[in-house]
Design a protein around this ligand. Structure first.
Ligand code: C2E
Ligand code: CA
Ligand code: CA
Ligand code: CA
Length: 278
């Protein structure tokens, strides 16, 4: 019995080692991937509900891995976070996205407005403002053409921590901030008045059950609160026409979801734009 227990423990340790081994490999690969241009910004349309016109696009990272194929964020972001790579990853994605956006602007396809996701580490980075504003300037886009989406979990600390100082600076520089995944957290309501937010993004979990009566009550209450506070509202995960119609009727500003368009690689989004942006 003792022997078989030992074997089990050994097997378990080997399993853990393999796991850590592949994690370290993923981290090394990711560092190379950023350097080699395997990290791509994909774009998902955000549509104004009132008139169906394009409002903006959210930038969503993909990793075109040489052997493992196309990887979505759920596969590599947790490892990137643990490896402390999120700051470099975010800036790499943002830069490529801004360069592409500048191309659309120059080709006169669209005056782009792009929403960039930011990891908690990226928001607390002491070099955030310097690095980001310089990148915006180099891209030739105006401050009102880039939006930063922040997660509520970024902002659990006090008024004087680096995250809130950075957030205040971004807002002072004219960068709009949106609170992502609104409706999933626990401290959302107080954050709405404490932060210099331009808008909120209603989480997909609030949109999916619409037009169910209970879900509708929650959405209506949030929209009323947002209107009171002067916040712009984007609904995420809009898949059905009926959801879009319902949200429009309730006065929600913008819809985003498979019902309007999936996240697309740059080339496909360029084609999509020429059919949909004017
Ligand atoms: P998120 O910011 O909440 O992004 C929305 C997610 O919902 C995206 O998943 C998008 O592809 C997906 N989605 C959009 N419309 C629909 C719909 O109608 N139905 C359903 N079921 N899903 C929809 P994705 O691209 O896999 O990204 C997952 C998360 O990874 C993002 O959630 C965001 O938190 C994070 N992320 C993505 N790109 C970046 C990035 O460049 N930097 C950072 N820091 N995080 C990123
Ligand atoms: Ca987001
Ligand atoms: Ca979200
Ligand atoms: Ca999310």
């Amino acid at each position: 019995a003792k022997n078989s227990g030992g074997k089990k423990a050994q097997a378990f340790q080997q399993h853990v080692r393999d796991d850590i081994g592949s994690m370290q490999k993923l981290q090394l690969d990711l560092t190379d991937a950023i350097r080699n241009g395997e990290i791509e910004p994909w774009f998902q349309p955000q549509v104004r509900l009132a008139d169906g016109r394009l409002h903006g696009a959210e930038v969503l990272v993909r990793w075109r891995h040489p052997t493992r194929g196309l990887l979505t964020p759920d596969i590599f972001l947790p490892a990137a976070e643990r490896a402390g790579l999120m700051i470099d990853l975010d800036h790499a994605v943002w830069k490529s996205a801004m360069d592409l956006a500048r191309g659309w602007q120059d080709a006169d396809v669209w005056r782009p407005v792009i929403s960039l996701n930011a990891a908690p580490d990226t928001i607390s980075d002491p070099y955030l403002i310097e690095r980001f504003l310089r990148a915006v300037q180099l891209s030739g886009l105006e401050a009102d053409q880039v939006v930063i989406e922040v997660l509520e979990t970024t902002l659990i600390n006090g008024k004087d921590d680096l995250a809130s100082i950075n957030i205040d600076s971004l807002a002072e520089c004219g960068i709009a901030l949106e609170l992502d995944d609104f409706g999933t957290g626990y401290a959302s309501l107080s954050k709405l008045t404490q932060l210099p937010l331009a808008g909120i993004k209603l989480d997909r979990s609030l949109i999916a059950p619409l037009p169910d009566h209970a879900a509708d009550s929650v959405v209506r209450a949030i929209l009323a609160l947002a209107a009171e506070l002067g916040l712009h509202v984007i609904a995420e995960g809009v898949e059905e026409d009926a959801q879009a119609a319902h949200l429009k009727e309730r006065g929600c500003n913008v819809g985003q979801g498979y019902g309007f368009g999936r996240p697309m690689p740059p080339k496909e989004f360029t084609t999509w734009l020429s059919a949909n942006a004017k």
